[in-house]
Design a protein around this ligand. Structure first.
Ligand SMILES: NC(=O)c1ccc[n+]([C@@H]2O[C@H](COP(=O)([O-])OP(=O)(O)OC[C@H]3O[C@@H](n4cnc5c(N)ncnc54)[C@H](OP(=O)(O)O)[C@@H]3O)[C@@H](O)[C@H]2O)c1
Length: 310
């Protein structure tokens, strides 16, 4: 199952599971990336904002040098950070330099906003009052126009978005010459974001599901239906949460810096219709009760159009 792939609208194959690197600490992420590639991962999800692309690049270089895998067999993703959304090529160039690569396979708009490129910090500029320094007049469609130009440079094989709600996609798509290959969003049974998943499916945009375990510490491991399905199959809740995305047709990103967990997370299982009904009923119940759980929502103070946050 770990070798399963999906087709992007570019014709590229994208693996069904990838290693996440957000909050992967220095001193650990190099080994994590190399171990993951040894274990069979073929997708590494990175971002300029994570501040660790140099070390991720060292992990990739280790695996290439040891002959574990060739560059062309790994699907590398990076993202343009919000202080670079008027300077996408520079953002990409900086990521490539850190990663030690000539190209990435997919480059995403990390969040649809602009933070002051001339602010008091490269990644998280703040105003004197402590609020985030955001340029509110910026139109995210202008960022996409820049992203489209990157394809001709050969520095990325595909372009896509991240954290795009249905509302934002509907603003973007009428102006897009290139339909995003991917929308990377938080996705799990406690935040199914079905309206986005359905729209993306209709438009040929592949979903990459992030924070599938509920992010740091895996808070979804104890969710009752997840435990129930795990017991039925004799697997850990983590396996259920990761496998949930296969029948949904999405790629899932699992972050770990723990070699044993990195390996075990590759053991995806086939959930049957009964399992998916249990998990979907749980999603419906949380939706009706207004108890959906969004674990990743940086305090930008911007309405991105997500129904649970608008
Ligand atoms: N586009 C975006 O805005 C965005 C936002 C968030 C995330 N992402 C991407 O998606 C990736 C995954 O999301 P995430 O990092 O938020 O969280 P996640 O993958 O849902 O959860 C990671 C947490 O679960 C732990 N864990 C992993 N496997 C485990 C297992 N088998 N058993 C027990 N604990 C386990 C990890 O601990 P250890 O590491 O200590 O093992 C870590 O604390 C990110 O790393 C990033 O690449 C993208």
């Amino acid at each position: 199952m770990a070798t399963k792939t999906f087709k992007l609208n570019t014709g590229q194959d994208i693996p069904a599971i990838g290693l996440g690197t957000w909050q992967s600490e220095p001193g650990k992420v190099r080994t994590a990336v190399a171990e993951a590639l040894k274990a069979g991962y073929r997708l590494i999800d990175c971002a300029y904002c994570y501040g660790n692309e140099e070390e991720v690049g060292q992990g990739l270089a280790d695996a290439f040098a040891e002959g574990v895998v060739k560059r062309e067999d790994v699907f590398v993703v990076s993202k343009v950070w919000a202080t670079y959304t008027t300077r996408c090529e520079l953002g990409l160039q900086k990521s490539l330099k850190s990663l030690g690569l000539d190209y990435v396979d997919l480059f995403l708009v990390h969040w649809p906003l602009l933070m002051n490129p001339e602010g008091n910090d490269d990644r998280f500029p703040k105003l004197p009052n402590g609020e985030r320094d955001i340029i509110r007049s910026h139109n995210h469609v202008d960022t996409w126009k820049q992203m489209e130009k990157l394809l001709a440079t050969g520095k990325t094989k595909a372009i896509g978005v991240s954290n795009y709600s249905k509302r934002y996609l509907e603003q973007l798509l009428p102006h897009a010459t290139v339909v995003p290959a991917v929308n990377q969003i938080e996705n799990h049974p406690a935040l199914p974001q079905q309206e986005i998943v359905d729209l993306c499916k209709e438009k040929g945009i592949h979903i990459m599901a992030y924070s599938p375990l509920g992010s740091t510490g895996g808070p979804l491991f104890t969710a009752e239906p997840v435990v129930k399905v795990a017991e039925k199959h004799g697997v850990k809740p983590s396996a259920v949460l990761l496998s949930y995305h296969l029948p949904r047709g999405s790629t899932v990103l699992a972050k770990s810096v723990t070699p044993e967990r990195i390996r075990e997370n590759l053991n995806l299982i086939e959930l049957d219709a009964e399992d998916m009904k249990l998990l979907n009923d749980y999603s419906d119940k949380l939706t009706k009760e207004g108890k959906l759980q969004r674990f990743v929502y940086p305090p930008f103070g911007v309405d991105f159009g997500f129904p649970d946050k608008s």
